[in-house]
Write a protein that binds this ligand. Structure first.
Ligand SMILES: N[C@@H](CCC(=O)N[C@@H](CS)C(=O)NCC(=O)O)C(=O)O
Length: 230
C-alpha cells in the first residue's frame, strides 16, 4: 500500500497530535513541510484543502482533513490491527472521542487564541480576549485535574487518541497558564505524556523550531534547544 503524505509544520500543535498518533501506530508516511507564510505555498495548500488548516493527510490522492478524522482514517486503513487509539468497544470509543473533543475545544482553542494574540503587532493586540483565553485555560485545567484523579490516561485504561490531543494541547497551553498549586493529577499526567516515547520524539522534532514559537518565554527550559531549524 502506498504511504500517505502528511502536510504539516513541526511547530503546529494539531500536527503534533497526528505525529504522535502516527508514531504510536508505527505507520510509515511521507511528510511535506508547509510554509503558509509563503503566498505560493499557501495557494497550493488552499487548492488541496480549502480551510487551509494543517495538518492534512493525502492518501492515494485523496485529502483527509481534521486531526480526529485523520487519526481514525489512519487506524482504519494503515494501522497494524494491534495498535488501536480508538477502542473497538463503541462506548469506550465514545469516551475517547469525548475527551479528544474536550481537549481540542477547551484547551487547544484558547491556547491558539493566546498564540494568535502574540502574533499580532503590539498595537493590534486584544488584552481582554487574551485574558479571557487564559481564564478558559485555567478553568479547563481545574476540571481536567479532577477528572484525572485515579487515572493513568485521560479516557479508559489505555493511551488513546484523546491522549494524542491532550499532549500538544497541554504542552503549549502550559506556556501561557501554569498549573495551580495542588493540581497534582494534571501535573503527573503531563509528565507521563512527555515521557511517552511517541510524545518525546514529537517534541524532539520540534526543538529546533521552538525559538520561533511566540509563547517561548513560558516554555520549560528542558524543552529548549540551541540547534537550528534552518
Ligand atoms: N480542527 C482542526 C484544527 C487545525 C488547526 O487549527 N491547525 C492550525 C495549526 S495548529 C492551522 O492550520 N493554522 C494555520 C491557519 O489558521 O492559517 C483539526 O483538528 O485539524
Amino acid at each position: 500500500m502506498p504511504k500517505p503524505t502528511l502536510h504539516y509544520h513541526p511547530l503546529s500543535s494539531y500536527c503534533h497530535k497526528v505525529l504522535i498518533a502516527l508514531d504510536e501506530m508505527q505507520i510509515e508516511f511521507d511528510s511535506h513541510l508547509l510554509d503558509l507564510g509563503d503566498p505560493a505555498a499557501r495557494a497550493d495548500f488552499l487548492a488541496l484543502w480549502p480551510t487551509g488548516k494543517m495538518p492534512l493527510l493525502v492518501d492515494r490522492g485523496r485529502p483527509v482533513a481534521e486531526t480526529s478524522i485523520i487519526i481514525e482514517h489512519l487506524q482504519r486503513h494503515h494501522a497494524p490491527s494491534a495498535r488501536r487509539l480508538i477502542p473497538d468497544d463503541p462506548d469506550q470509543a465514545l469516551e475517547v472521542r469525548l475527551w479528544d473533543r474536550l481537549f481540542d475545544q477547551y484547551v487547544m482553542t484558547p491556547m491558539q487564541a493566546c498564540t494568535a494574540d502574540l502574533l499580532r503587532p503590539e498595537e493590534q493586540r486584544d488584552p481582554r480576549g487574551a485574558a479571557h483565553a487564559r481564564d478558559s485555560l485555567a478553568s479547563s485545567f481545574a476540571w481536567i485535574d479532577r477528572h484525572l484523579e485515579g487515572r493513568t490516561w485521560v479516557a479508559g485504561d489505555a493511551f488513546s487518541m484523546a491522549d494524542c490531543a491532550a499532549a500538544p494541547a497541554l504542552f503549549f497551553a502550559l506556556t501561557y497558564v501554569p498549573l495551580a498549586a495542588g493540581q497534582s493529577n494534571l501535573a503527573a499526567y503531563f509528565e507521563r505524556l512527555v515521557s511517552r516515547p511517541s510524545v518525546a520524539r514529537t517534541i524532539d522534532q520540534a526543538r529546533p523550531w521552538f525559538r520561533f514559537y511566540p509563547g517561548r518565554a513560558g516554555l520549560d527550559a528542558r524543552f529548549l534547544d540551541t540547534g537550528s531549524a534552518d
